[in-house]
Design a protein around this ligand. Structure first.
Ligand code: CA
Length: 260
């Protein structure tokens, strides 16, 4: 029947989205300035890594995830990638406004990396937004691929052929980032990506504290060794701490599965 065919074509085939995350102060820092947002019911997770004196880093990263949380609770029917990009810029403005209202917060900033799996799209569509040096990876068929580009001085040098990745890792300027939210009079370079996604994919978002002492292959080994997402997230944090935990560590895992 033609009617049945039409119905079948428009039947939703939503993927199941599972998520787990951990955020940890690490072994050296006195405060955790990272922020983690998990909203698996609407396919959204975010990691932010704040910076600034006193308590300002915590505040900047919290504002970033709160603005994204609020704005992604009500998505427009069309133009969602651009809407999410604008939401990152709204978070930037909100951080500047908070610093205007309290001079002790002046100079605070944050990275942000957020993944949105669009629940209304078939086939599924993923939107990734990124500013700074947090990262997103995708594990597919046992291979781990970094999806975001670090917005750092050392990454610029690697791309220019002036530093090797090994030299960059221990470089005194390795923590210098070239774009962040909340930095006054500096353009925000929002990376907007649409990574391919399919059932079976596992996405990892993390702050740079996870990868300060761990290589990508160590991340991959931990992810493939743990089928339970919560245990995988905990194992990543534990490994970063066992390697010295020099920075705050935040991980968000998103597993895409066929709906059964
Ligand atoms: Ca950090």
């Amino acid at each position: 029947m033609p009617g049945c065919e039409a119905t079948a074509r428009f039947l939703p085939f939503p993927m199941r989205i599972r998520a787990a995350g951990e955020t940890d102060v690490g072994r050296v820092r006195a405060r955790n300035e990272d922020a983690l947002l998990q909203r698996p019911a609407r396919g959204f997770v975010a990691v932010a890594d704040g910076m600034g004196g006193h308590a300002a880093g915590d505040i900047a990263s919290r504002i970033a995830v709160d603005v994204l949380d609020e704005r992604t609770a009500h998505l427009p029917d069309s133009g969602r990638p651009e809407y999410i990009r604008e939401s990152v810029l709204a978070a930037h403005q909100a951080i500047l406004k908070a610093a205007d209202a309290d001079t002790s917060l002046e100079g605070m900033g944050t990275t942000v990396t957020a993944l949105f799996v669009d629940p209304d799209m078939e086939p599924a569509r993923c939107i990734l937004v990124h500013v700074g040096d947090s990262r997103a990876y995708r594990l597919r068929a046992g291979a781990l691929e970094q999806l975001t580009r670090d917005q750092t001085w050392v990454q610029d040098q690697i791309d220019a052929g002036a530093l090797s990745p090994e030299q960059a890792r221990g470089h005194p300027y390795s923590s210098v980032i070239t774009s962040a939210l909340g930095i006054r009079n500096a353009p925000v370079d929002v990376q907007l990506l649409a990574p391919d996604c399919a059932p079976g994919d596992l996405f990892l978002l993390c702050s740079d504290g996870l990868i300060a002492r761990l290589e990508d292959d160590e991340l991959r080994s931990i992810l493939v060794a743990h089928h339970d997402l919560h245990r995988a997230a905990r194992a990543l944090v534990d490994a970063a701490n066992e390697a010295g935990g020099p920075d705050n560590i935040t991980v968000a895992l998103v597993q895409l599965e066929d709906h059964d």
